[in-house]
Design a protein around this ligand. Structure first.
Ligand code: URA
Length: 242
């Protein structure tokens, strides 16, 4: 039992792209996830990775007024996730920006408005009745990295437990990774997003479609990537809703 759970933890971190586990684990990672510290049979019982009866509210409660990593220092609001917890598709971004940090809701700034348009317009064109509120949207990290920098591996590792639990509760039919950071975190692959986009990967057994981050598509010199992103979304939505 303990070995099995341990394997799950290790696979989870490997999928997040984490190659090393720190011996001094941050508080959120259950102590028993560091087997080398506990002699066989003498360690505490491993908690289940996804507690049975877990729910989004319970996860939010467990996150609480999180201070598990340095990102809390500059945080306005923690950005947990938004949308339909029974959605068959979950969109995962990198981390909150300034407006998300102010409102506590993911993808509400310019990039978020583009994401909403992309979801709703693609769906409409393809004859799929779908609004933003029908899907679930969240990020790899829940607090805004200073200056919108890329989250550090230890920050993704710490916050990753909550993303894992969110996805385990929602059990989507597919996940859309928005941009390179989310793509690498979800799949463990190390290529750039240009190589990964438009392809299916897996998170656990769940298919992951990688596409460009909407912030990237907002830059004027990346306009041709928009067409690609629309194609990626088309594939994703047909897979999920056909
Ligand atoms: N970019 C992200 O990756 N996530 C957000 O919530 C907003 C912008």
């Amino acid at each position: 039992m303990a070995d099995n759970l341990l394997r799950q933890y290790l696979e989870f971190y490997r999928d997040l792209g984490v190659r090393e586990l720190y011996r001094q684990m941050p508080a959120i990672v259950p102590a028993a996830a560091v087997p080398v510290q506990a002699p066989a049979g003498a360690g505490p019982e491993l908690p289940p990775l996804t507690p049975s009866g877990d729910a989004l509210l319970k996860i939010l409660e467990d996150i609480g007024d999180c201070r598990r990593c340095r990102l809390h220092e500059g945080r306005g609001k923690l950005v947990f996730g938004v949308g339909n917890e029974h959605s068959p598709v979950v969109f995962v971004g990198e981390g909150p920006g300034a407006e998300e940090d102010e409102q506590g809701i993911p993808f509400v700034g310019r990039a978020g408005q583009l994401l909403t348009q992309m979801i709703e317009n693609t769906a409409k064109k393809e004859g799929i009745p779908l609004r933003r509120e029908d899907v679930y949207i969240c990020n790899v990290v829940k607090c805004r990295p200073p200056g919108n920098r890329t989250p550090e591996p230890d920050e993704m590792e710490i916050c990753g437990e909550f993303l894992y639990r969110q996805l385990s509760v929602i059990q989507p039919k597919a996940i859309c990774a928005l941009g390179g950071t989310a793509a690498r975190a979800m799949t463990g692959h190390k290529e750039g997003v240009t190589k990964m986009r438009g392809k299916w990967y897996k998170w656990r057994e769940v298919p992951v479609m990688v596409t460009y981050h909407p912030s990237y598509l907002l830059r004027p010199y990346n306009q041709s990537a928009k067409r690609d992103a629309w194609e990626d979304l088309k594939r994703l939505l047909h897979f999920v809703y056909d």
